[in-house]
Design a protein around this ligand. Sequence first.
Ligand code: FAD
Ligand code: DHB
Length: 391
Amino acid sequence: MRTQVGIVGAGPAGLLLSHLLHLHGIGSVVLEAHSRDYVEKRVRAGVLEQGTVNTLVGTGVGDRLLREGLVHHGIELRFGGRPHRIAFERLVPGRAITIYGQQEVVKDLIAARLAAGGQILFEVSDVVPDDIATACPVISFTHDGHRRRLDCDVIAGCDGSHGVCRAAIPDGALTVFAREYPFAWLGVLAEVPPSADELIYAHSDRGFALHSMRSPSLSRFYLQVDRDEDVAKWPDERFWAELRVRIETVPGWRLRDGPVLEKIVTPMRSFVAEPMRYGSLYLAGDAAHIVPPTGAKGLNLAAFDVGVLTEALAAWYADGSTGLLDEYSATCLRRVWRVQHFSWWMTTLLHTFGDDDGYGRRLQRSQLEYVASSDAAAASLAENYVGLARV
Ligand code: FAD
Ligand code: DHB
């Protein structure tokens, strides 16, 4: 097989890249380890920045997003028994976020690619990127019981944090920056109408809690739990009781509960591999960088990377110019590090770091009160949260 861009991974990064390239007349083949059903049902992110929404709508894959997405003009920070609204409409006029599940974005992109005759091979195994230091890279893989070979001009490694593409880069070519946090998130999807109109980020002495949603009848919650927490230790009753203690802290506010559809534990970490290119291999999305989810940024950053990569490849195919490709990594990393800082900051602000950290807790409280009382501080949070237009 031969294509122009060989893409490993049918997550948001790989699928959006394939879609954007197609609109520029550039061919690609997407190789995905899991089944279509699996990737379309994997519940993860829910917050889309304005820029991500604009990209999806502007390229013809935003119809359902515009119909079903929930546009929010603010979020609530809850601490000290009081709600504090970060009002986007006042602090960052004209900018908002949209709540629309990552798996819905994935479904829309798969449908668009297949309708346009795009090639996505699901359930491939033993994917091996090869000859990546040369101008003729190859991807070998097994599909339908046959070993196959995909020759391409470039490879896009969009295979997430545990993929094979970053691992194919020789030792010493990448510098890795990482930070582990001493906690994880227990994510729960429940069949119950949201208990509030906007997201609630709750800071409490017992740990962080987040109230989010997916639709008028589906709520999404996250609880800070121990790093290697076993999900089996969180039967529904314990989950609801702990969530209540952490989030029902405002007089008169009540949490609605309902049947739990899914529960999963996600460890929290920050990670960046630099540069995001080696020879003919370009890394994008979680394959190159991970942020803790407190800032709701991972999917949005993946969308940004593939937008930059598309423009660079389009220029190269149009007239052979390599300038944008050469700048790909530096262009992406400027935004990556802004988002790394914001995600680390939100995480450090809102979680608990052990009972003995009295000094740290007082710093958190001071910063929370500053954000709640100063428009300058709140505007900084707001502009990072909705997504900076330029970095
Ligand atoms: P992935 O979605 O991981 O896709 C990679 C794909 O590659 C997968 O389909 C995988 O199966 C495939 N793959 C892996 N290895 C191979 C291989 N060897 N061969 C072939 N295929 C392979 N981000 C936000 O922006 N907003 C949020 O609100 C938010 N909340 C989050 C909440 C949670 C609980 C979690 C876990 C994440 C959250 N994120 C959020 C982050 C977001 O989900 C990720 O950043 C996003 O999925 C990255 O997309 P990606 O395409 O780079 O990687
Ligand atoms: C959701 C996830 C996040 O990481 C976040 O910060 C806000 C909302 C969500 O899945 O709805």
